[in-house]
Design a protein around this ligand. Sequence first.
Ligand code: PXP
Length: 249
Amino acid sequence: MTQRVRLGVNIDHVATVRNARGGALPDPVRAALAAIEAGADGITAHLREDRRHIRDDDMIRLKAAISKPLNFEMAATEQMLDIALAVRPHAVCLVPEKRTERTTEGGLDVAGAREHLAPFVAELSRAGVRVSLFIEPDAQAIEAAAALRAPVVELHTGAWRHAADRGETARARREFERLRDGAARAAALGIECHAGHGLDYEGAREIAALPQIVELNIGHFLIGEAIFVGLSAAIATMRAAIDAGRAGA
Ligand code: PXP
């Protein structure tokens, strides 16, 4: 039987809307609970260094409130490590972070930053946190992740979706092939393979067809769709798209 793909719902942009007015609403923890009620298998939140959306107390409240795994996205800094070790989420996804970027624009340079990343992977793993590295689907990055003994990689789907959204069919096909090959290589090395960034219903359906993909983390599109159809309906439609992709429909 083919394994069901897990859906992690990223609730960062509920906090973006909250922060636009400086108050407490809409509450990302309420969104996380609603997402779980609607079928999310886990909740993802990115505590950025500039705290532009999720804040420290959101992470603490999320960990206390939710019954499903919390995936804490963070840059590999000492301050973030201290917070993660205090919160003890189920998983940490280490991401590159630039203050001026609008979103996480590329994957980690794992090969180039191996010495810097090694203690983060080791210390979080020792604390019982499952560590994931957010990377481009490149052989070099995947092999460097294996050398660091990261149990999980999350493949950045942004370049693929960007090309598809712009109608650049040939480029989108090449990017998808990179993801297909990257997922196969990660799995062959015994690394659990996740994927995310810029996924909509169609993107999620297509990537779920890759048999090595275990989890998808999806935020911006779902929170945007929720404005029109509600969070529960958006998650239900996403779930159906992922299941259809995995079933080969
Ligand atoms: N995975 C990672 C590691 C991310 O940094 C992000 C964006 O915060 C996502 C998944 C979700 O991307 P999107 O919001 O475009 O669905």
